[in-house]
Design a protein around this ligand. Structure first.
Ligand code: IPM
Ligand code: SF4
Length: 468
C-alpha cells in the first residue's frame, strides 16, 4: 500500500519533473494565465534572449487591471494604461498567444475568465503573475501566483521551480445561516488565523459547509487564501465542479471528458492522509462580516462595534491597530451599523460572478441607492455581464441608482480610473483593504455582495439577515 496522501500531495506528485537533493523541485505547469501588469518584462526577457513561448496553447492572455470600465470606444485617459494594454496585445500577437482584448466578450478579470472558459480544470497546475490565482483551486487545481521572473520562466519552459508547501486542512461544517456567504466564511477564517496564519501552507477547504457552497462561493473562499498568507487554496472536485465545467469552450469533450473524469474522481485526500495543521470552523455560528481596519484579518460581525486596540496586549500590534483606526477615520466603540458609506463597489475576482450579482440584485430590487452614496456594479467578465443582462439584473441595478459598468478589476485596486477620493469610505466586495488600495487615503470595508448592496441602499451598514 502506498502512503496516504493529500489532494495537494497528489497533484504535486503528478507534476513533479525533478527533485534536487535540497528539496528544490521542478514542477510541470499545465495552464498559464497572463495579464498586462506582470507580463511586459517577462516577454521582454524572452525577446532579449531570442526564446519562444514553449506552449502557447497552454497560455491565455487577458487585459483586466488597467482597462476603464466605462465606454471603451472613448479614448483611455491614462497614457500608462494605454501603453500597458498595447504591450500585452503586441506580445500576444508576436508570441502566438490567445488574447482577449478589451472589446472581446470573453474579456474579464483573469480569475473569472479561466473557469468560465474551462481553461481551469481539476488536477492541473495553474499559474499567473497574480496573487489571486488561488481562486482556481476551487476546482481542485493547484493554482498560485508567481512573480514576473517566474512568468518568464514558465513562458519559456512550461515549468516552475518550487519548494513543497505544508498541508493545512480547514474544515467548515454546519449549515450557513441565510444572509451568510462564502465571503463571510473566508473572512472569518482569516480573522481566526491572521494574515500570516497560512504562511508556508497550501490550504484544503473541506466539510459540509464547503460542499454546500456553489462553485462561485468556493472560488470566493479560495480567492482569499492568499490574504491568509497561504500560497494556494484547494477544494476537492465534485459533481458541482464537473457540472460547472462540462461544455465550456476549453473543457475536454467526448471521450476526452470521460478520461479526464476518471482521473478527476481520484482527486481527494486519502482518509488517513497527514495534515501538518488542522483548523475547524462552525458555519452555523457565522454572522455577516465587515472589516473595520486596514487588514483583511480586522473582521467583526455586522452586529458588533469597532474594537478597542487598547485591549491588545502586544505593543506593536496595538500600535498598528490604532494606526488602522486613525486611517479609517473610526473610533473604538462605534456600532458597525452606524458607519456611513460614500461609495459601494460590487465586483472583482472575489465577488464579481453571476451568483454575486444575483445576490446583490435581490437586495436592490425595488429599492433606491441612498442619496449620499455612489454605487457601482462591475461584472467580472463580459460573459457575466451578458448573463446578468439576460436575467434583467442590469435593469434592477440601474433603476435602483447603481452604475452598471464594463468588466475589469475596476475599483478593486487603483490602477484604472475607478478610484476612491481621499477619505471616501467604501463597502467593497473585493479582497484587500490596505492603505491606499482603492485610491490614495481611501477607506475600504470588505463585505459580501448582499451586504454591499444593502449598505448602498441604507447609506450605512445593515444586517442583511434583517433585510426587508
Ligand atoms: C497587479 C497584480 C500583480 C496584483 C496581484 O498580484 O494580486 C493585483 O491583482 C492585486 O490584486 O493586488
Ligand atoms: S480583481 Fe482585484 S484582486 Fe482580482 S486580479 Fe484584479 S486587482 Fe487583483
Amino acid at each position: 500500500m502506498s502512503k496516504p496522501t493529500t489532494l495537494y500531495d497528489k497533484i504535486w506528485n503528478d507534476h513533479l519533473v525533478h527533485e534536487a537533493e535540497d528539496g528544490t523541485c521542478l514542477l510541470y505547469i499545465d495552464r498559464h494565465l497572463v495579464h498586462e501588469v506582470t507580463s511586459p518584462q517577462a516577454f521582454e526577457g524572452l525577446r532579449a534572449t531570442g526564446r519562444k513561448v514553449r506552449a502557447p496553447e497552454k497560455t491565455l492572455a487577458v487585459v483586466d487591471h488597467n482597462v476603464p470600465t466605462t465606454d471603451r470606444t472613448k479614448p483611455n485617459p491614462d497614457p500608462e494604461s494605454i501603453e500597458q494594454i498595447k504591450a500585452l496585445a503586441d506580445n500576444a500577437r508576436e508570441f502566438g498567444i490567445e488574447y482577449y482584448d478589451e472589446f472581446d466578450k470573453r474579456q474579464g478579470v483573469v480569475h473569472v475568465i479561466g473557469p468560465e472558459q474551462g481553461f481551469t480544470l481539476p488536477g492541473t497546475t495553474i499559474v499567473c503573475g497574480d496573487s489571486h490565482t488561488s481562486t482556481h483551486g476551487a476546482f481542485g487545481a493547484l493554482a498560485h501566483g508567481i512573480g514576473t521572473s517566474e512568468v518568464e520562466h514558465v513562458l519559456a519552459t512550461q515549468t516552475l521551480i518550487q519548494k513543497k508547501a505544508k498541508n493545512m486542512r480547514v474544515t467548515v461544517d454546519g449549515k450557513m445561516p441565510e444572509g451568510v456567504t462564502g465571503k463571510d466564511i473566508i473572512l472569518a477564517i482569516i480573522g481566526e488565523i491572521g494574515t500570516a496564519g497560512g504562511t508556508g501552507y497550501v490550504l484544503e477547504y473541506a466539510g459540509d459547509a464547503i460542499s454546500a457552497l456553489s462553485m462561485e462561493g468556493r472560488m470566493t473562499v479560495c480567492n482569499m487564501s492568499i490574504e491568509g498568507g497561504a500560497r494556494a487554496g484547494l477544494v476537492a472536485p465534485d459533481q458541482k465542479a464537473y457540472d460547472f465545467l462540462r461544455g465550456r469552450p476549453k473543457a475536454p469533450k467526448g471521450a476526452d471528458w470521460d478520461a479526464a473524469m476518471r482521473y478527476w474522481e481520484k482527486l481527494r485526500s486519502d482518509d488517513s492522509a497527514h495534515f501538518d495543521h488542522e483548523l475547524r470552523l462552525d458555519a452555523a455560528k457565522l454572522p455577516p462580516i465587515v472589516t473595520w481596519g486596514t487588514s483583511p484579518e480586522d473582521v467583526i460581525s455586522v452586529t458588533g462595534i469597532v474594537p478597542d486596540p487598547d485591549q491588545i496586549a502586544d505593543e506593536a500590534k496595538r500600535l498598528s491597530k490604532h494606526r488602522a483606526l486613525k486611517y479609517m477615520g473610526l473610533t473604538a466603540g462605534t456600532k458597525i451599523t452606524d458607519i456611513k458609506l460614500d461609495r459601494i463597489f460590487i465586483g472583482s475576482c472575489t465577488n464579481g460572478r453571476i451568483e454575486d450579482l444575483r445576490a446583490a440584485a435581490k437586495i436592490a430590487e425595488g429599492k433606491t441607492v441612498s442619496a449620499h452614496v455612489n454605487a457601482m456594479v462591475v461584472p467580472g467578465s463580459g460573459l457575466v455581464k451578458e448573463q446578468a443582462e439576460a436575467e434583467g439584473l442590469d435593469k434592477i441595478f440601474i433603476k435602483a441608482g447603481f452604475e452598471w459598468r464594463e468588466p475589469g478589476c475596476s475599483m478593486c485596486l487603483a490602477m484604472n480610473p475607478d478610484k476612491l477620493a481621499p477619505e471616501e469610505r467604501c463597502a467593497s466586495t473585493s479582497n484587500r483593504n490596505f492603505e491606499g488600495r482603492q485610491g490614495f487615503k481611501g477607506r475600504t470595508h470588505l463585505v459580501s455582495p448582499a451586504m454591499a448592496a444593502a449598505a448602498a441602499i441604507a447609506g450605512h451598514f445593515v444586517d442583511v439577515r434583517e433585510w426587508r
